[in-house]
Ligand binder design. Structure first.
Ligand code: MG
Length: 383
């Protein structure tokens, strides 16, 4: 069975009170949508992924989808239902799937287990809905006073992804486009499809408020209990006639550093410490100085490469601490810019990057002004 995912990411998420829709807010350094997409892109049963977005946020979408294959987008409509309908139409081309999973972008903690379960429940004329039985008593209240109760038997809390045979859900959306439904399972049921209930997960909740975002962060941290720390050290000699690049920032000085690439000693130490956390060797093995491709290369790509390796393994960079050792130039005025740039390169919030500068009191090679040394300590959380 050829199965696609349709991710609904066109909402404005105004209840969050943030400067952008909630699906683009960072969740431990990566946008909520990036984590949702990664869950589907990493699942072997999912082929195409169609993301319905508000084109106003196209740039944020591109950043969230960077590095993922098979991800397409289309513009959404005024309501969720209309957005899903447009997404289904976009999938309904020469490569239309046999089945589709329709999922809220704001449920980033979706597990492979639920994806497996809803796919397994798809049958001719039948879709599937992940849901949790209501456990708490349900009460009505008015004006702060109890006014009645609701029988909780046979009540379920609906989640996504909701799964359907593709032609059936396209027909249902075409037929019922004029009416309003709260979700696709209800729309499909009203069009005559059977909907199997499969067991959802508490962790597959929808992020709506700032408290939900915090809960999602805590849940993710609990899933990443394997904490690794590693160091990186690098030294480069001063060389006349070159720019001095430290932490990706050009620093005014009468000499730069000698090296095959841009000789950014700070990013090199940072890269080695990140590689060390996953036992992935050192920068020279990934980017040999003998390789002409790296002549004069910006070291951005080295540190991004290490970060991408960590992300591919499901890891989170918790923190990176850097110390730059030199007599000259004075780095105090540039520390904040270097730290901010490294945070940007690693998609980290600023408090997760620490950058210090020191001298060796005129002792040793740094004290004699022969070069610069950088030391890095990275902490990474792996699943
Ligand atoms: Mg180096």
């Amino acid at each position: 069975m050829n199965t696609a995912a349709l991710i609904v990411a066109a909402g404005k998420g105004t209840r969050m009170g943030a400067d952008r829709p909630k699906q683009y807010l960072p969740l431990l350094g990566r946008p909520v949508l990036a984590r949702t997409l990664a869950a589907f892109a990493g699942h072997p049963a999912i082929g195409r992924i169609m993301v319905v977005i508000d084109p106003h946020w196209r740039q944020a979408f591109e950043e969230a989808a960077a590095g993922l294959e098979n991800v397409e987008w289309c513009a959404g409509g005024d309501s969720r239902q209309e957005s899903v309908h447009l997404g289904l139409q976009a999938l309904n081309d020469g490569a239309a799937p046999d089945a589709v999973l329709i999922h809220d972008a704001a449920r980033p903690l979706i597990s492979a287990g639920i994806i497996d379960a809803v796919i397994a429940a798809i049958a001719p004329g039948q879709g599937a809905l992940p849901a949790l039985a209501v456990q708490d008593s349900l009460r009505r209240g008015e004006g702060g006073l109890l006014s009645g109760s609701v029988e909780r038997d046979n009540l379920w809390r609906a989640q996504t992804p909701q799964a359907f045979p593709f032609p059936d859900i396209v027909r249902a959306h075409d037929a019922l486009a004029g009416e309003n439904f709260t979700d696709d399972a209800e729309l499909a049921r009203r069009s005559g499809l059977k909907i199997a209930i499969v067991t959802g997960e508490e962790e597959n909740f929808k992020i709506t408020t700032p408290a939900d975002l915090e809960r999602a962060e805590k849940t993710l941290l609990c899933r990443h209990g394997d904490i690794r720390t590693a160091t990186g050290i690098d030294v480069h000699r001063f060389a006349r006639g070159r720019k001095l690049i430290l932490g990706g920032v050009e620093i005014p000085h009468d000499a730069g550093l000698a090296g095959h690439s841009d000789a950014d000693v700070v990013l090199h130490a940072a890269t080695d410490s990140l590689l060390g956390t996953i036992g992935a060797g050192d920068i020279g093995e990934h980017f040999p100085p003998s390789d002409e491709r790296w002549r004069g290369a910006s070291s951005d790509r080295f540190i991004r490469h290490a970060a991408a390796m960590i992300a591919r393994g499901g890891g989170l960079i918790a923190h990176i601490d850097l110390t730059v050792v030199c007599e000259k130039p004075k780095l105090g005025p540039h520390k904040a810019a270097m730290a901010a740039n490294i945070a940007r390169l690693l998609d980290l919030s600023p408090e997760r990057v620490s950058l210090k500068a020191t001298t060796t009191e005129k002792l040793g090679f740094t004290g004699r002004g022969e070069g610069i040394m950088a030391l890095a300590t990275a902490t990474v959380r792996l699943p």
